[in-house]
Design a binder for this molecule. Structure first.
Ligand code: BV8
Ligand code: ZN
Length: 296
């Protein structure tokens, strides 16, 4: 049966949902100026972005991979959450939740569960943004509910001692900033020696000086929070699928899991995608417009 695009019917299904989950992809942050993977953003300089998001690429040329992530970090840190981020975050406001999803099971925490494939941490940031002025207690619940299954550009992990911590410094490294600057000015590809790349320590007492890597999940690595995600999908009765081409696994298989257990799916995308073939609802358009309508 073709998916419905009727907002009113969707509103009724949302109002009767007892266990809600959201799966987000790069389209959620497109309106914030963060390039998607399959749009123009799929290419970084002369490289296919996906080919740089692997442990092998980092092993092979950590300097090139760090330049790639440094640029994305700097772009994400200056990006602002958009109306779609805010519409999703408003689900953590009790009054919004009681209005749009009054049937959620209060004993199930967190409910809704927000799973993002994005590494820009914009969804995390919007939770602590003053524009939503979420009380601290709600912010804490919301942060618990937000699973960055592919990690974050703002996490660093030491390749030696495995220390894993958040770092929002900008720039993370002067020499990477300079290399980026020179490339954007003259196209020059400045080599950054490995011993000048971000190192474990940099002012932290318990540091080992090992080479740091971006705290993201690369292809071939196991995504994070999979147990919590599969527990949720086991009884999720409505999955909102926002701004994803549904091409990267295991996230691309979440819709089928929910459908297979009798749940419903609602896709919010600019265009048709492989994630909507069995969708119950399909809202074609920019999610920064369709989500505020659907959750408003
Ligand atoms: C795993 C972090 C095992 C890094 C990312 C061979 C070898 C090894 C693995 C595999 C293999 N073959 C297949 C695999 C599995 C592989 C995979 O799926 N490959 C694909 C390419 C076939 N997956 C993995 O390797 C995963 N790990 O399988 O481990 C395992 C699994 C389970 C249990 C135990 C072991 C790890 C995958 C994670 C990779 N890391 N990111 C970084 O970012 O640098 S993936 C990265 O790409 C994103 O995180 C995201 O997941 C994906 C991009 O997808 P989207 O977010 O959907 O973005 P995209 O640009 O594609 O689409 C944007 C959509 O938005 C479009 O539909 C567009 O229409 C829409 N849109 C645009 N604007 C808007 C909009 N919609 C609404 N409004 C708008 N305004
Ligand atoms: Zn270390």
């Amino acid at each position: 049966m073709a998916p419905s695009s009727d907002m009113e019917t969707f509103g009724k299904v949302l109002a009767s949902s007892k266990s809600l989950a959201i799966l987000a992809g790069a389209g959620l942050s497109a309106a914030s100026g963060i390039p998607t993977y399959r749009g123009a953003g799929g290419l970084w300089r002369t490289h296919d972005a996906m080919s740089l998001a692997t442990p092998e690429a980092f092993e092979d040329n950590p300097s090139l991979v760090w330049k790639f992530y440094h640029e994305r970090r700097e772009k994400a840190i200056t990006a602002l959450p958009n109306a779609a981020h805010k519409a999703l975050a408003s689900l953590y406001l009790p009054m919004t939740l009681s209005r749009v999803a009054p049937s959620l099971d209060p004993s199930e925490c967190p409910n809704p569960l927000f799973i993002t494939q994005n590494v820009d941490s914009l969804s995390l940031r919007v939770l602590s943004e003053s524009s939503l002025n979420l009380p601290e207690a709600i912010q804490a619940i919301a942060r618990e509910s937000l699973l960055e299954m592919h990690g974050s550009l703002f996490r660093l992990r030491c390749t030696e001692c495995e220390r894993d911590y958040r770092d929002y410094s900008s720039p993370l490294s002067e020499i990477l900033a300079e290399a980026t600057e020179r490339h954007s000015e003259s196209g020059e590809d400045v080599e950054v020696p490995v011993d000048k790349l971000p190192r474990c320590g940099d002012g932290h007492p318990d540091s080992c000086g090992g080479l740091l890597r971006p705290g993201v999940v690369w292809f071939g690595e196991v995504p994070e929070h999979l147990d919590q995600i599969s527990n949720k999908l086991d009884h999720c009765d409505l999955l909102l699928i926002v701004g994803t081409s549904s091409t990267v696994y295991p996230a691309a298989g979440f819709a089928d899991i929910v459908k297979g257990k009798g749940g419903k799916t609602a896709v919010f995308n600019l265009e048709r995608s492989s994630g909507d073939r069995r969708a119950d609802f399909l809202f074609i358009g920019p999610c920064e417009e369709t989500l505020p309508q659907a959750l408003g």
